[in-house]
Every structure is written in structure tokens, then in C-alpha cells.
Design a protein around this ligand. Structure first.
Ligand SMILES: [Zn+2]
Length: 313
């Protein structure tokens, strides 16, 4: 009887701590022996998701764990921490942030409040950016979530990484990949967990969803090709399902390549983006179901035409 009661208590406790958003449950999924990911909602920040939309990662080391991108607010960071506790009760040894966009790093406080001296790694540029632009990101998130993220405090990164820097955290080697000065943003850090041949791509990679406004699509594409050439076993996008180079990276690269080919043709023929938009739309049939497609593909076409023109001078 006592066993049954404790079993029921454990059962009800795990139910009450399940992280649910609009009827869907979010939890860490195991990618390999050491790496876990919560694949966040495929929607824009809202009151319902409290801004949560990215893919927080967890890497298990011998004496602790490392967290990547703990989400869009202090409270989301706390929910990520709660999910970590279902995987391991060991201490969190470090946080890694993939870039300066608020949906990825405003959750730092939810982890850091438990470990005040924790190291937070990022692209070296982000150290200052997070201090300069953090408040702005907080306000953007508050407005988009109808103030569901209120109370979030910025906890900027502490340690900057440059291209091919390696860090050793509790015996786990992480290698920084920053092959270009721009891509999705100007502070993109792709971080490789060497032992498991896993790479966290940040927002250089989306899958089943499209980025709003990449800083430079040519360079974003170059970073995707660079990452494919690394020959990793596991690729984790900033948003959308993880997979292999073929299943998770190629589709996003092909999407940009299709638009690029059409944009180049139009540029050579002296046509404007709106003239070729319907043809581009037809060539992108495979992407019509991707989240954000309708809002984004025309903007990406326009951006690529401007990049092509700028590079022609
Ligand atoms: Zn993002």
C-alpha cells in the first residue's frame, strides 16, 4: 500500500511538472548518449508560449551538464532547468549562447540564479551586444507575449569565443565555428561537441520553419556549406527538428539556393523581385508547409536581389 501511494505521488508529481503549451508537451529528447534537445514550438512568441520557440540543448559531462540557449525569458529558463532536473541532478557547469537574439539567451537567468558564478560562453562580439541590446530584446519579448515574460533580467555572456577556439568543460571538448562575419546575425556561434560529433547550429539553420530576416543570406549559405563539410553526425537547428546533414541542413540550404538561382536570373534580365515572385513560389512547393513561409519567401527574394546587386559593384 505504501509503495502504491508513493508510486501515485511520483506519477502525479511528474504530471504536474509536465511542460505543456497549447496541449503539446515539451521535454528533452535524447539525440545520443550525451546530448539532449527540447524542440521548441514552431510559432512566433505569444502569450501562450511565453516567447518559447527555440531548441534548448543539454550536454551531459562526468560531473555536471552544459546548457545551450535556455530560451526567451527568465521563466522559460526556469522551465528548461526543471526539465534538466528530470535528466540529471548534477550541477550545471556552463551555458553556451549561439547568438544575440533574445529568444535564445534571455533564459540565462533561469539557470544562472542557481549557479551565480557560472560561465556563459558566446561569440566574442555578443559580450558587448548583449549589454547594449538586452533591454531592447526584453521589451520586444514583452510586447510579443502580452507581458508574459515580464520580470526577465538580462544575464549577458561572460566569455567570448572566436573561430576554432576549443574549450574543455569537465573533460568535454567544445569547438567554436565562426566561419563568416555575418550569417543569420553578426554574432552567430556554431558550437561543436567534439565527442559526439554534434553541432548546435544556432539560427544559421532552421528546419520546417523560416528565419525572418537573415543578416546576409550569401554568408548564411556559406556557413551551412561549411557545417555540412564538417561531417557531423547530428545537426541541431536554432528552430525545428534536428537531424543529419541531409535531413536537417540540406533543405534550408536548397531553399536559399532555389531563390538565389531565380534572383540571379532576374537580376541579369533586369527584372524586379515582384515580377518573378509567382514563379519563385511555384519552385518552392516543398516549403509551402514550413512555418512562416508566406511571410518570408518574398522578403528573402528581395534581400537576395539586393545582396546580388551590392556584390556586383
Ligand atoms: Zn531564434
Amino acid at each position: 500500500m505504501k509503495n502504491l501511494i508513493s508510486f501515485l505521488l511520483v506519477l502525479s508529481a511528474s504530471y504536474s511538472y509536465a511542460w505543456q503549451i497549447q496541449g503539446k508537451e515539451y521535454q528533452f529528447e535524447k539525440l545520443n548518449d550525451q546530448v539532449y534537445v527540447i524542440h521548441g514550438p514552431q510559432a512566433d512568441p505569444s502569450k501562450d508560449n511565453e516567447g518559447f520557440m527555440n531548441n534548448p540543448g543539454l550536454i551531459l559531462a562526468k560531473n555536471g551538464a552544459i546548457v545551450v540557449d535556455p530560451g526567451a525569458s527568465s521563466n522559460i529558463g526556469r522551465k528548461v532547468f526543471n526539465e534538466i532536473r528530470k535528466i540529471t541532478d548534477k550541477p550545471i557547469l556552463a551555458i553556451i549562447n549561439t547568438h544575440n537574439h533574445g529568444d535564445h539567451w534571455l533564459g540565462n537567468e533561469g539557470i544562472q540564479e542557481n549557479y551565480p558564478n557560472i560561465k556563459i560562453y558566446s561569440h566574442e562580439k555578443m559580450l558587448q551586444q548583449a549589454r547594449d541590446e538586452g533591454q531592447n530584446w526584453i521589451e520586444i519579448m514583452e510586447v510579443m507575449t502580452n507581458y508574459a515574460t515580464k520580470g526577465t533580467k538580462t544575464v549577458p555572456p561572460t566569455d567570448g569565443l572566436s573561430h576554432l577556439t576549443e574549450i574543455n568543460i569537465d573533460g568535454e571538448i567544445f569547438r567554436a565555428h565562426i566561419p563568416n562575419d555575418l550569417g543569420h546575425s553578426d554574432s552567430d556561434l556554431m558550437i561543436e561537441h567534439v565527442g559526439s560529433k554534434t553541432i548546435f547550429m544556432g539560427d544559421n539553420l532552421f528546419n520546417n520553419r523560416l528565419a525572418r530576416a537573415p543578416a546576409d543570406i550569401h554568408k548564411n549559405m556559406a556557413s551551412l556549406k561549411y557545417a555540412i563539410d564538417l561531417g557531423m553526425n547530428h545537426y541541431i537547428p536554432g528552430h525545428g527538428p534536428s537531424g543529419t546533414a541531409n535531413s536537417a541542413v540540406k533543405p534550408y540550404l536548397d531553399y536559399f539556393q532555389i531563390i538565389m538561382n531565380e534572383a540571379k536570373k532576374a537580376y541579369d534580365d533586369g527584372k524586379a523581385d515582384f515580377e518573378i515572385k509567382p514563379d519563385v513560389n511555384k519552385k518552392l512547393t516543398n516549403y509551402h508547409s514550413w512555418s512562416g513561409y508566406e511571410d518570408s519567401y518574398g522578403k528573402h527574394l528581395n534581400k537576395l536581389m539586393m545582396e546580388i546587386e551590392a556584390r556586383d559593384f
